[in-house]
Design a protein around this ligand. Structure first.
Ligand SMILES: [Zn+2]
Length: 395
């Protein structure tokens, strides 16, 4: 049986269509059409349908973290470590659940979660969302490298991809993770994401093995010389061989400007302002929105997990970015980054019926489409749908 939703404006991931009907059958999109049919649900001429949002960089296990904003990155890392130590396995699962529910409330239907032990897979599955679980790998000492890779492989054996969820790998960052893990990730054939070029401290550490990050490693009894990278660019050279790649932050250092198919950089606006970052990657003369994904990062460096409010913030700050390009940063681009571009991110036939319904202040006219008003007028989505089923009901 099919369901038909008539709306004032549909953005299907490729074009805006006024007065369109979205036809759904068995959890998938069957068609985008103008024709009216008996039994269709008319959402009204002021309604808009967009593909469900995709938050490709989040740390769900940190959803209970409440750490005050700071510009001291190393101090922040220490607070995150302290917070993690306080979490029991049960509380971690509760944090993951809360993070997913908060995401869903803002219109997110797929997630890319960086998970220290992969625990978010089962919760995501139970709550019926889609995404990639990037199990985090880190370690500089040979023993730690060996054990983290063994644990990742063991976890992978028990997590075959489903219709909705797939496994990935996340080497944490070049100052915590050995070159061997990055090389392994680049060749394992799964989606890869890593924090890269986040702070000037990272750039300093990679070049000189000193500064606050060097001091932190020494304090933890780790020899900074175990890091074998000399620059951010050297890390890029290794992982640029992978096809489904997300380089998170990319604020500093030399990041390749010719990324390949399925390779993206990820900007987290909330985290950027949380740390009062000086260098903004969008200011770069070669900035191209098609190479970027917008995400929230974790609650440890963002006030909330509301991806839509992050997009609205960027729309306000960067009016030169076209509305379609901004929407692609939270739909089409993250889907491609995770290698799920044939399944999610657009509302075209055969793709998942994951979508959100929002409302303009007035009916959509025939003349000028209110594409720019999407970010001004839609505060939140009144309903969120996954596989054609309402996950967040009309409010
Ligand atoms: Zn992160």
């Amino acid at each position: 049986m099919s369901q038909i939703f008539r709306c004032g404006l549909l953005w299907n991931g490729e074009e805006f269509i006024p007065n369109a009907a979205l036809v759904i059958s068995h959890g998938k999109v069957l068609a985008n059409t103008f024709e009216s049919s008996e039994g269709e649900t008319d959402l009204g001429p002021d309604s808009v349908i967009l593909p469900g949002l995709i938050n490709a960089h989040i740390h769900l296990d940190l959803s209970f973290a409440r750490i005050s904003p700071t510009d001291n990155f190393v101090l922040w890392i220490q607070k995150v470590l302290e917070h993690r130590m306080e979490l029991s396995p049960k509380t971690t699962l509760e944090a993951i659940r809360m993070g997913i529910q908060e995401s869903l409330h803002s219109g997110v239907t797929s997630l890319g979660d960086i998970s220290p032990n992969g625990a978010s897979w089962e919760v995501l599955e139970e709550l019926g969302l889609k995404g990639t679980i990037y199990r985090e790998c880190l370690g500089l000492t040979p023993e730690r490298v060996e054990s983290t890779l063994c644990q990742w492989e063991e976890w992978l054996i028990h997590h075959e991809p489903t219709k909705s969820i797939q496994a990935g790998i996340s080497p944490h960052a070049p100052f915590t993770t050995s070159r061997k893990i990055f090389e392994f990730a680049a060749h394992c054939g799964l989606p890869v994401t890593t924090h890269l070029g986040e702070t000037p401290e990272e750039v300093q550490f990679l070049s000189h093995r000193n500064g606050p990050i060097g001091e932190l490693l020494l304090e933890k009894g780790i020899d900074p010389a175990l890091c074998h990278f000399q620059s951010v660019g050297e890390v890029v050279q290794i992982i640029a061989k992978t096809h489904r790649l997300g380089l998170v932050h990319s604020n500093y250092g030399e990041i390749a400007h010719a990324l390949g198919v399925g390779q993206f950089r990820v900007h987290c606006p909330g985290t950027h302002s949380y740390f009062s970052r000086k260098s903004h990657p969008f200011d770069h003369p070669k900035f191209c929105p098609e190479e970027w994904v917008l995400a929230t990062d974790g609650r440890s460096s963002n006030a909330d997990l509301n991806l839509w409010s992050q997009v609205k913030m960027v729309a306000k700050e960067r009016p030169s970015i076209a509305p379609e390009a901004l929407l692609r940063m939270v739909t089409v681009n993250p889907a491609r980054m995770m290698g799920m571009g044939k399944q999610i991110g657009k509302l075209l036939p055969q793709m998942a019926a994951d979508f959100v319904i929002g409302r303009f202040n007035r009916p959509v006219g025939k003349e000028e489409l209110p594409t720019k008003k999407i970010f001004d007028e839609i505060e939140e989505f009144e309903s969120v749908w996954v596989n054609g089923e309402a996950k967040k009901a009309n409010s």
